[in-house]
Design a protein around this ligand. Structure first.
Ligand code: HAM
Length: 443
């Protein structure tokens, strides 16, 4: 005989089980994406594809895992991205050390060379919309998994490609109606200018390092350029008087930067020369830049030239230039900008409301009808009452509801309700598609 559980105990158990904590959550700094997130992402993807197609960039996607050495050599061991933020992946085989890509540029270059495109595609122009991984301290606009859209031009020593990359990056902001984007730009020179500049920097900072942060003391030895973009307050005072990279530009480096600025002037892209801008990745040469928008502190994107990256990776001599923008940061800005508009948003689309078993069955046929006519429709089969379904339609911001009850099934009709006015009319199912189309057009 089954044991009878007292009612009070049953209630208690139910309460406990509904309170039971779910054991899993996404890794820190990594997020799931839901419907609303894709509205912005789709917009950004469309803008990227539009700009890319106009300027002749082909889409590329590379594996999320790469040989870790590609980043250690390319992005550079002295960059924080590699020294502090790389996720390593252990495989069971003999592939060596793999890493989750923290950025796209070295992988894109590897793919270009591996496929032998340097013989047939000159320059190689690529764009991507891809997820990346950096072990950062998660905070606003900074995640451990994030997405970038980016552009790369490989085998492109000409200054006009620096300008084209900056223009394409700027155009993304324009396409998305981001307010007042501004480019901050600098040139850190090629090998010759850079060696001279580093010497000047070291001379300047000599004797000052004891008053600076621990990282800068290390940077003085490994990568003095990075002392310029240190955010530690102790180090700020020394920045203003530091020698400027563009004063150390010699020969072709100087001419190259002058040309880039002239090209930007030609298309009236607003820019500021920022002498402290050196960027955090080791491969940069000559032009470096970042793009900002008003009321947002962090950079939306950044990029620059990487003329020696291919050689560093053991490839042929090949100059390149590119940029990448953070998709989550763009979304933050779009959300902020759209706030005032949200309240007066227009109703759109249709919602199917069904009541009773027969109507539920018939509603499948209605969905198919609308699918054939390519008219998107939402429903809520989990709800049975008309009130709850109309509430859901309202929450969705639907323009019309199609209501199907026993009577409508019997008469082969459907009720078309205007969600703005509440007016309803009976429509024969055979005329449903044309009537819906007519009303959606009228709006
Ligand atoms: P990056 O400056 O490291 O450059 O990243 C570009 C953009 O990605 C940043 O401006 C930011 O918007 C976004 N981003 C970076 N880290 C995070 C994060 N942890 N969370 C959210 N967003 C982030 C590069 O990655 C270079 N590969 C760009 C490039 C392409 N240079 C030449 N070609």
């Amino acid at each position: 005989m089954p044991i009878k559980i007292p009612k009070a105990q049953k209630k208690k158990e139910k309460k406990v089980s509904s309170r039971k904590k779910f054991l899993f959550s996404s890794p820190r700094g990594m997020h799931d994406l839901f419907k609303k997130d894709f509205e912005y992402r789709d917009k950004i993807e469309q803008a990227t594809k539009k700009v890319a197609s106009f300027y002749g960039f082909d889409r590329i996607e590379t594996p999320i895992l790469e040989d870790a050495k590609i980043f250690e050599r390319g992005t550079g061991l002295s960059s924080e991205v590699v020294s502090k933020q790389m996720f390593y992946a252990k495989s069971r085989g003999s592939e060596g050390r793999l890493a989750l890509r923290p950025e796209m540029t070295p992988g894109v270059l590897r793919a270009y060379i591996q496929k032998g495109l340097q013989q047939v595609l000159v320059p190689g122009k690529f764009f991507y919309i891809s997820p990346l991984f950096r072990y950062e301290r998660p905070q606003a606009g900074r995640f451990r998994q994030f997405w970038q859209l980016g552009f790369e031009v490989i085998q492109s020593p000409q200054a006009i490609y620096d300008a084209q990359i900056i223009i394409a990056t700027y155009k993304i902001c324009q396409e998305l109606h981001i307010k007042n984007p501004i480019i901050k730009i600098n040139s850190i020179g090629g090998r010759l200018s850079r060696n001279g500049y580093i010497k000047k920097l070291k001379d300047y900072y000599r004797g000052k390092t004891t008053k600076m942060c621990k990282d800068c003391q290390k940077r003085y030895k490994d990568n003095p350029l990075r002392m310029l973009d240190c955010k530690n307050e102790r180090c700020q005072v020394f920045k203003d008087e530091a020698p400027q990279a563009i004063d150390a530009l010699v020969g072709e480096d100087r001419n190259h930067f002058k040309q880039v600025l002239e090209y930007l002037d030609e298309v009236e892209i607003p820019y500021l020369i920022d002498h402290a801008l050196v960027r955090g990745l080791d491969y940069y040469t000559r032009t470096v830049f970042e793009i900002f928008s008003e009321n947002y502190d962090a950079a939306l994107g950044g990029g620059g030239r990487y003329d020696y990256l291919s050689e560093t990776l053991g490839g042929p001599k090949m100059a390149g230039v590119g940029s990448a923008m953070g998709i989550e940061r763009i979304i933050d800005i779009l959300k902020e900008q759209e706030k005032p508009r949200k309240t007066s948003q227009k109703r759109q689309g249709i919602f199917l409301v069904q009541m009773g078993q027969e109507a539920k069955k018939r509603s499948l046929r209605i969905l198919e009808l609308l699918y054939e006519a390519r008219i998107p429709i939402k429903e809520s089969f989990t709800k049975d009452s008309m009130k709850a379904q109309l509430k859901a339609a309202d929450k969705e911001g639907s323009r019309f509801a199609l209501i199907l009850g026993q009577r409508e099934v019997f008469e082969d009709t459907i009720l078309l309700r205007d969600m703005k006015t509440g007016n309803q009319e009976v429509v024969a199912c055979e005329k449903l598609v044309s009537e819906v189309k007519k009303r959606l057009k009228k709006k």
